[in-house]
Design a protein around this ligand. Sequence first.
Ligand SMILES: Nc1ncnc2c1ncn2[C@@H]1O[C@H](COP(=O)(O)OP(=O)(O)OP(=O)(O)O)[C@@H](O)[C@H]1O
Ligand SMILES: [Mg+2]
Length: 508
Amino acid sequence: MTESTSGYQSSSRISHSSSNTPERHSKPLVRPQHPMGIGIDFGTTNSATALFDGEKVHLVKLEQHSIVMPSATYIDKNFGIVTGQEAINSYIEGNTGRTVELSAEVLGEGRTTTGQIGDGGLPEEGSTEKVYGQSFVDGGQTGRLFRGIKRLLGGSDSQRLMVFNRPFRLVALITPLLVRIKKSIDQQSKSIAGATTKHACIGHPVNFEGQKENKNNAALSMLAEAYGYADFKEKTYFAEPIAAALSYLHDNPGEKKDKLLAVDFGGGTLDLCILQHRDGDYEVIATHGVGLGGDHIDQLLFKELLFPLLGKGERWKRSGEDREIETLFPFEQYEDLILNWAVSYMLNQNQYTTPVLKRMESGDEGAVKYRRLYDLIKNNYSYLVFQTLKDLKATLSYQTEARLDIPELDIEFTVTRAHFEELIGSAVLDFESAITQVLKNANLQPDEIDLVIRTGGSSLIPIIKQSLNQSFPAKVVEHDPFTSVAAGLAIADYYGLGSDESEKITQG
Ligand SMILES: Nc1ncnc2c1ncn2[C@@H]1O[C@H](COP(=O)(O)OP(=O)(O)OP(=O)(O)O)[C@@H](O)[C@H]1O
Ligand SMILES: [Mg+2]
């Protein structure tokens, strides 16, 4: 979990007047700014978009069969770009199951793909030498997939990610997603009278992930630039958990409870805010945001469930100068690359594969595990394995046990929900500390909160629900886990509640 603050300052008053009753509309607390509000939630894992016509929220269909689109960009060898589900499909079709062959490559100036690897699974800093000593390219690679780019925005803004030897700025990887979103908005807003589509309210976490000073403003600047390229000329900004609360209030116009806590637990961040009822409006009295999300949970699962099956903890023997040496296999040298699927192919270097092959030769029980590790590395199965773990996690939200089945690695066993909860215990504790912190920021005790609005994909995890139910008995409601933020942003855009570029967000 990264550090946290109460970063959100602007737009601290949100109107509760957006009900669709004529009486309320005749006296809006905030004057509409656009005939149609546009809200775009560019999430770590998923993106969603909504339109608001003053009465109804319309979710924009971003995929053929879905309003939610994976936040994924795929660039092929010819620099052809596809986005969303198609990006993921292209990556899986082209890159999984083939044997990876790396070759040394002369580097151009500057950064390479092989820098330090961030939690998001993508390279962060351009210190190739420091980490790997040499740059390698995967000659057979048919394309590169980027997912979780949002998690890198709080890093260095001069970042470049190499795609087939060509450097790409983060902005360039986000822009195609936004261009696609803009197209869908243009197509689907035609029925709304007076609708214009060159404006949008852009969501942001309370705190972006990353260590950089002033990271929130740096991240928003990059987002703003990308939105500009996608032809959104007028942009405002609004914090994601406040948008989720606004969407709830719109759906529940009679809500009069005094103090509301919104909890948005997504793929990359946990975002919290507390609102207080005042004179018919709600005022934001505290926010808090930390770098904790579904991605972290997936990595915990990988470490705990699969590392032991891939050889962690096994010993190996090899000949030393005058005798045989037996030590623990240096599994830790593989861990970061295994956990960061976007760069797992870097394991296809002799320095990594030779010890694995050697250990496989011993033919004992442990050798089977190294066979799996070898297959994982050679066939580039990392992304597929993460996807299987995500599915397992989601199934355990609805069932008390689920099968983890990875035939490619000859792994199949049952995981109970109880075991899953044990494995993610540290994340649950971090979640609970963040709740404690937002209450502290507002100077409130848990029993002073009157309603908890629970949203975001990771808030579907039963132990997370239980934790909230225990702290706030009979006060927790679930609100549109994957679309609440986009809906709230559209309402915020309609009423002009977002802050403009000059205000942005402050970092506490
Ligand atoms: N049924 C489920 N049970 C548990 N986790 C789930 C479930 N469905 C989705 N998730 C997880 O929720 C996360 C995605 O949630 P969401 O779409 O709210 O995030 P996001 O908006 O993309 O991320 P962020 O808001 O952090 O930028 C993923 O980590 C996904 O694995
Ligand atoms: Mg989100």
